[in-house]
Design a protein around this ligand. Structure first.
Ligand code: ASP
Ligand code: MG
Length: 806
């Protein structure tokens, strides 16, 4: 025998009720022996309760009652509930006259929901030729007289059930009312809200059923509420012990009293979806799986009460007093946590009881207040409790760290004595994000890294395409999902929490909107986006004003933009202290040498205590090309420059390269990596533009390029034999001092030296250190260009993303 239980939602008008009939018919046709237990249909119980309240307050309840009746009859022609409706009419008008009702009357009223439901289903089954038998559970389940929450009298009930079922067995399908019962005086009682589950498990117990199948509108029990955590997974199998932990935190199918009769007889419980026949649901049995199951459950509508005071430290009996006075007021404490160092006690109660709890505690601790042992009793109202079931403290640091990284600081946490559940109290507005972060962590599900890209020009655009092209592969290899949720230029932003797609360029034109940085921050916050990265691919000084706000709102930073690192040393430090305070990272490998692994190498050397004594090299790809080509051939300087401009190696106004500022910025960035406190003004820059060509428009300059020829021909001619020209950055001096010497200059070097051999538009960096002596570490390669720069930025993004997993 199997017990099939259907809840109110499954029995609602429309698709629900017909599906229930189909399922039962199907089972009967397959020859299965089944018993059906039903709740009231839809929200009937709530409706009846509401009408009752109205009646007792002498309000007009008739309309609502009519709606109730209509609902019960809707779409069913041959049903007749005259008897039930007449009783209800009488009951309500009596209550209305009296202006009051007892718990007994309430149970009697509510019982009609289940009776109507079971009668209807019985008739619908009979219409399909099934031998269905309406079974009023009041003739079977006998309880004490505690109306509203009656306790079954097991012996009597069991006898009744066995007797009834031995009479109506064989192919008969008993359709039993859930929830309702009768006391020994034959008065109607109920088993408490959601009590049909209890009825079903009592029947399973008495009849020693093979399985109890509880039909819901979800596919089973999930690792977390799928409405809150899209990545939640169905749990195939779990033990009653584990289920019990879940039940405590609010899954009502698994209420402890419902489970106990099943455990007693070792009867499996299967949670199924009425709408998904192919799904096996979740099976709950006595056996524990090898690996403890993990899941997340949430307690909402709770408040945190804090007792603070130095006098609480080490005092005996404080907790006992708290529990005693609160129990006296019928206030249940779901979590308590005591921080010995904080000298405080935190406890979680239902939000509706918070004020009362506070008052009660204030009264109890009045004397302690006066002695100043207790300094404050406060309420934090908007909190939620997340319980990680199956989580012990030995690996709790993982979800905990993940939370902190995402700026969720739990207000309180505690673990159960058995050590397999850890509960955290978080601010309600952080619940969503916290759940997703923890869930991703404990199930090692692909973690989302949410990226905002600022600047979608050459580098930015290339980067976006590179990321979109590798999302799938990276997810497979690293279990990290890169999700670009924002793309912006200086004026407009395109936002999509689910990630932009290949068509982002088109959408930017049609769907983007004006923005300020706060809009992006707010969007991330409102959509609970975790693991945030902001990428600055602009060349804008204005945008760097946003860095600190981004860091303070949980973004890591990646930039190809050099400006932030070359503003005042004060800002440089301030940004780093904000980063540290918020545990955020800022990566900018492409600031110098584009994709070449330069900054990272220097950082590592410096961190490992290696003394870097000098850094020197060709830092600019455009100037590298210019002087390499000029030195190697016979062409005039202006001709080579024109060539570089045409190939797009220079900025549109080549003076931006020729003035040396770009090289200077790069040099400054490297110096600051070595903890030198240099400023941009400290750098000796050899400006390659002759004085009288520095002013005027770009076009004017481009018309006068030939004026450069004589200058540089002279320089070239004055060199020693076998020497070539290179424009270099050079950081030298006693680098243990506060500041180093920074030169940006044009030099003549032997052709066969490392610098002399650089070709094309390559960059080269020579890093001299104490251990390496005269032999510098040389890093050389393409140091400019959108594709390599974008790759470098991508590399930084991946470095940050990797940290999400550790
Ligand atoms: N109809 C009752 C309720 O809504 C019992 C149940 O659904 O299990 O609480
Ligand atoms: Mg680099």
């Amino acid at each position: 025998m199997k017990i099939l239980k259907f809840g109110g939602k499954s029995l609602a008008n429309g698709k629900g009720i017909n599906t229930v009939i189909d399922i039962v018919e199907n089972r009967v046709k397959k020859g299965e022996k089944i018993t059906v237990v039903l709740s009231a249909r839809g929200n009937s119980t709530d409706e009846l309760e509401a009408i009752l309240k109205k009646a007792s307050k002498n309000e007009n309840y008739q309309d609502q009652l009519d709606v109730f009746k209509k609902y019960q009859l809707e779409a069913f022609d041959n049903v007749d509930f005259t008897e039930e409706f007449e009783t209800l009419d009488k009951l309500f008008s009596g209550v209305s006259l009296l202006g009051d009702y007892s718990k007994r009357i309430k149970d009697l009223v509510l019982s009609h929901g289940e009776v109507i439901s079971a009668k209807l289903v019985t008739q619908l089954l009979q219409e399909r030729g099934i031998d269905a038998n309406f079974t009023d559970s009041r003739t079977l389940i006998i309880t004490d007289a505690q109306f509203g929450d009656a306790q079954p009298l097991d012996k009597l009930s069991k006898e009744n059930v066995i007797k009834h079922f031995s009479k109506h067995n064989g192919s008969t399908v008993n359709v039993v009312t859930g929830f309702i019962a009768a006391n020994t005086k034959n008065e109607t009682t109920t088993l408490g809200r959601n009590g049909s589950n209890y009825t079903a498990s009592l029947l399973a117990n008495y009849l020693e059923a093979e399985e109890l199948q509880n039909f819901t509108h979800v596919n089973g029990i999930y690792t977390a509420n799928p409405d809150l955590v899209p990545e939640a997974k169905k749990i195939e199998k779990l033990s009653f012990k584990e289920a019990n932990e879940l039940a405590y935190f609010g899954v009502n199918i698994l209420h402890a009293k419902t489970i106990i009769p099943l455990i007693e007889k070792n009867i499996p419980l299967r949670v199924l979806n009425i709408f998904d026949h192919t799904n096996e649901g979740t099976l709950i049995t006595a056996e524990t799986g090898e690996k403890g199951i993990k899941s997340l459950s949430v307690l909402e509508h709770v408040a945190l009460i804090n007792l603070e005071g130095r006098g609480l430290l080490g005092r005996v009996g404080v907790d006992a007093r708290i529990f005693r006075v609160l129990a006296h007021k019928n206030i249940s404490v779901s979590i308590i946590s005591q921080g010995s160092s904080e000298r405080g006690i935190g406890l979680v109660v239902d939000v509706s009881k918070a004020k009362e709890a506070q008052d009660t505690l204030e009264k109890e601790f009045e004397a302690d207040f006066q002695k100043r042992d207790v300094s404050a009793i406060t309420i934090v109202e908007n909190v939620s409790v997340i319980s990680i079931i199956g989580q012990d403290l030995s690996t709790f640091h993982k979800p905990y760290n993940a939370l902190i990284k995402n700026q969720v600081i739990p207000l309180l946490f505690n673990n159960t004595v058995s050590g397999t559940t850890v509960s955290l109290v978080v601010k309600k507005e952080q619940l969503h994000r916290a759940l997703n972060v923890i869930h991703g962590e404990i199930f090692e599900i692909s973690k989302k890294v949410n990226i905002a890209v600022f600047g979608h020009g050459l580098v930015g655009g290339t980067l976006i395409d590179q990321i979109l092209n590798s999302v799938k592969q990276i997810e497979k290899r690293k279990k990290i999902k890169l999700n670009i949720f924002a793309v912006a230029n200086s004026r407009k932003v395109l936002l999509n929490k689910n990630g932009i797609d290949e068509d982002w360029k088109g959408r930017i034109n049609s769907q983007s909107a004006d923005y300020v940085i706060d809009d992006v921050i707010k969007y991330a916050d409102e959509n609970h986006l975790e693991n945030l990265i902001a990428i600055d691919n602009t060349a804008s000084k204005i945008f760097t004003n946003n860095y600190i706000a981004l860091v303070e709102h949980g973004f890591d930073l990646v930039s190809s933009n050099k400006i932030a690192n070359t503003l005042s040393f004060k800002f440089y430090k301030e940004l780093r202290s904000k980063l540290e305070k918020n545990q955020k990272q800022y990566l900018y490998e492409t600031n110098v040498g584009a994709g070449l692994p330069l900054i990272d190498t220097i950082k590592l050397l410096h961190l490992s205590g290696e003394n870097i004594t000098r850094i020197k090299g060709v830092f600019s790809g455009s100037l590298s090309y210019l002087f390499n080509t000029f030195s190697a051939g016979e062409k005039e300087f202006s001709e080579v420059l024109r060539d570089a401009i045409d190939k797009g190696y220079t900025e549109p106004d080549p003076r931006e390269d020729l003035c040396g500022n770009d090289v200077a910025r790069k040099l400054l960035i490297l110096a600051r990596e070595l903890d030198l406190k240099n400023e941009l003004e400290d750098i000796n820059i050899h400006n390659l533009i002759p004085n009288d060509l520095r002013k005027g428009s770009a076009t004017q300059f481009l018309d006068r390029l030939h004026e450069l020829d004589k200058v540089y021909q002279n320089v070239k001619d004055e060199q020693k034999p076998n020497h070539v020209l290179r424009y270099i950055g050079d950081l030298w001096g006693d680098l243990f001092q506060e500041k180093g010497n920074l030169d940006v200059k044009l030099v003549s070097v032997p052709q066969n030296s490392a610098l002399g051999q650089v070709k094309g538009s390559d960059s080269i960096f020579e890093i001299y250190t104490e251990s390496y002596g005269d032999q510098p570490i040389v890093i050389q390669g393409a140091g400019a260009g959108a594709a390599v720069t974008a790759r470098g930025v991508f590399g930084d993004v991946l470095r940050l993303a990797d940290k999400v997993n550790n």
